[in-house]
Design a protein around this ligand. Structure first.
Ligand code: HEC
Length: 130
């Protein structure tokens, strides 16, 4: 009986931890935090491609606030380059692969953030126009 109760307890705790993650919508705010932690060294604090490390690279990251450029790139392409790195899409391998470092929902948050800073915003897609 005691054993039974502890099994239920563990299941409950596991669900409580996993629950919010499973149901959570993509969050640009979460993505921004991740971007500042993992990406801004190369991509810059504001995504302009002017991070200190980025400036030193032979291949410069793009300006993620440049809607004209960024809106021409599909979600699929952006997710692939973020998850698998530049080499996976025939771009520079100076862009690291993040799939092994970050969880899938964190990659989605990063995409939501990148989409949210493009000016103009992408017309289709989930970013809001004001
Ligand atoms: C070590 C430097 C570095 C870091 C850190 C880095 N990137 Fe990049 N990233 C690059 C470079 C360089 C390119 C351009 C590759 C090319 O054009 O060949 C790039 C390209 C990209 C692109 C395609 C558009 C563009 O800028 O050319 C996206 C999207 C991107 N990175 C997202 C991210 C995200 C999200 C993170 C953090 C999780 C990140 N990068 C971290 C260097 C970096």
């Amino acid at each position: 009986m005691l054993q039974r109760i502890s099994v239920l307890g563990v299941t409950f705790v596991a669900l409580a931890i996993a629950g919010p993650g499973l149901a959570r919508a993509q969050s640009a705010a979460e993505g921004q935090k991740l971007y500042m932690t993992y990406c801004s060294s190369c991509h810059g604090d504001k995504g302009r491609g002017d991070g200190a490390a980025g400036k030193a690279l032979p291949v410069k990251p793009a300006d993620h606030t440049d809607g004209k450029l960024m809106n021409s790139l599909s979600d699929e392409f952006l997710m692939t380059i973020i998850a698998k790195g530049g080499a996976a899409v025939d771009k520079s391998s100076f862009m690291p692969a993040w799939g092994g470092v970050l969880k899938d929902n964190q990659l989605q948050d990063l995409l939501a953030y990148i989409r949210s800073i493009a000016n103009p915003l992408k017309a289709s897609g989930k970013a809001k126009r004001d």
